[in-house]
Write a protein that binds this ligand. Structure first.
Ligand SMILES: [Zn+2]
Length: 138
């Protein structure tokens, strides 16, 4: 399996179809060097591995879907000089990359945890240490 994106622009679409103006196809260079013989499936814009109705892409690559998509998109972002395609790739990468959660080190036990903000103050002690403290007091 040697996957590569095959990106095509279709300028003859009507206005309401702008979202489909650039088409991302997954190809496998081990099948053939030529398109469309090496066509595997379309890379959808949103990759929902937990959705009930799965795209062919997700059916094929399952839990690896997002990882494969990000890798191929990044590879193509460096390879292309086309601004429209670069913009579309960046937009897709933004959708695929989940925002990193803000982790804070607990002042008591030193473990990383997801801190909540209270106005300007951020929680400094993890939930476990907080609940332990309450237990010790009682
Ligand atoms: Zn703690």
């Amino acid at each position: 399996m040697k996957l590569k994106l095959h990106i095509t622009k279709n300028k003859n679409l009507k206005d309401y179809q702008t979202g489909k103006y650039i088409r991302f196809a997954i190809t496998d260079l081990e099948i053939s060097k030529n398109y469309p013989e090496n066509f595997v499936t379309i890379l959808p814009k949103q990759i929902q591995t937990t959705a009930k109705i799965k795209s062919n892409f997700v059916k094929k690559y399952k839990n690896e879907s997002v990882k494969i998509a990000i890798k191929l998109l990044k590879q193509e972002l460096n390879a292309t000089d086309d601004q429209d395609i670069k913009n579309e790739i960046r937009e897709r990468l933004k959708i695929l990359n989940p925002k990193p959660k803000k982790l804070v080190k607990c002042n008591k036990c030193g473990r990383d945890f997801q801190a909540r903000k209270f106005g300007y103050r951020t929680q400094k002690i993890c939930y476990e240490c907080v609940s332990k403290r309450y237990l010790n007091q009682s």
